[in-house]
Design a protein around this ligand. Structure first.
Ligand SMILES: [Zn+2]
Length: 225
C-alpha cells in the first residue's frame, strides 16, 4: 500500500464535505435565516445520528474530523474563544493517519455549549474549509468567539448549529408530546443551552412555551420570517 499523502487525505475529506455544500447551498432571503432542514436530515441520516439528542460524535467520525476539547486559556489563547477548526499535520502521532482536520471546543464550557460550538464548527467544515485551505494551507481556518455573533457568517454558523442540534421535525414532535411545554425540559432532551432552545422555538414561530424565567439574550438575533 502506498503511503497516504497529505493531498489524498485532504482531497478525500474535503471532497466529502464540499459535496454537502454543493448539494445544499446556503440561500438567504433578506432578513431571514437560511433553512438548513434538508442538509441536517441528510447529514444525520448519512451518519446514523438522527437520534435525540443528535449524535455529533457520529457525524464528526463519519466525516473524518476529530473533535477534541482544549483549554484555550491555558494555551495562552485569547479570552472568549469558544472553539476552532484547523487542518494539522499529524504524522508524528500516527503513521496510518498522518493528517487530520480537528475541531476543538473549550474544555471548561458546559456540555450543552460545547455541542453548539461543535455544530458551529461543522458549518465551517462544510462551507468554508475548502476555500480556506486553498487560500491558506494547513493553518487555523476558523474560530468561534463569544463576541462574533454580529459577523454575518458567524450568525449563519450559529443558526446552522441550532438547526442541526434541534432538527425541526424532532423538535416539533417533542414539543407536542410534552404535557407542560417547558424550555428547561426541552433543552435537556436535545442537550442544548436553554437560551438556544428559546431562540430556536421563537424562530420557528412557537411562542406557547413555558420559559422557566430564561431570558432571550439581547445579543442573539431572532428572525421574524
Ligand atoms: Zn465561526
Amino acid at each position: 500500500m502506498p503511503p497516504i499523502t497529505k493531498e489524498d487525505f485532504m482531497n478525500n475529506v474535503l471532497e466529502t464535505l464540499w459535496r454537502y455544500s454543493v448539494d445544499f447551498p446556503v440561500s438567504r432571503e433578506k432578513g431571514c435565516n437560511p433553512d438548513f432542514t434538508a442538509l441536517v436530515v441528510k447529514l444525520l441520516s448519512d451518519h446514523d445520528a438522527y437520534s435525540i439528542p443528535v449524535s455529533i460524535d457520529n457525524v464528526y467520525q463519519g466525516l473524518g474530523i476529530r473533535l477534541v476539547q482544549d483549554d484555550f486559556i491555558a494555551q495562552g489563547e485569547e479570552e472568549g474563544l469558544l472553539g476552532y477548526i484547523i487542518a494539522i499535520d499529524d504524522g508524528l502521532i500516527s503513521e496510518e493517519r498522518p493528517y487530520s482536520i480537528v475541531a476543538a471546543v473549550r474544555s471548561t464550557d458546559p456540555v450543552e455549549l460545547k455541542r453548539i460550538t461543535a455544530g458551529h464548527e461543522l458549518y465551517h467544515a462544510i462551507y468554508d474549509m475548502r476555500e480556506e485551505l486553498r487560500k491558506n494551507g494547513a493553518s487555523a481556518m476558523s474560530i468561534r468567539m463569544e463576541s462574533t455573533s454580529f459577523d454575518e457568517n458567524e450568525v449563519i454558523a450559529n443558526e446552522f448549529a441550532a438547526q442541526f442540534l434541534m432538527p425541526v421535525a424532532k423538535l416539533i414532535d417533542a414539543f407536542n408530546k410534552l404535557p407542560a411545554k417547558s424550555v428547561r425540559v426541552l433543552s435537556n432532551i436535545f442537550g442544548v443551552p436553554s437560551e438556544e432552545m428559546v431562540k430556536r422555538l421563537r424562530n420557528l414561530g412557537i411562542t406557547n412555551y413555558i420559559d422557566d424565567g430564561i431570558p432571550l439574550s439581547e445579543r442573539r438575533q431572532v428572525c421574524d420570517c
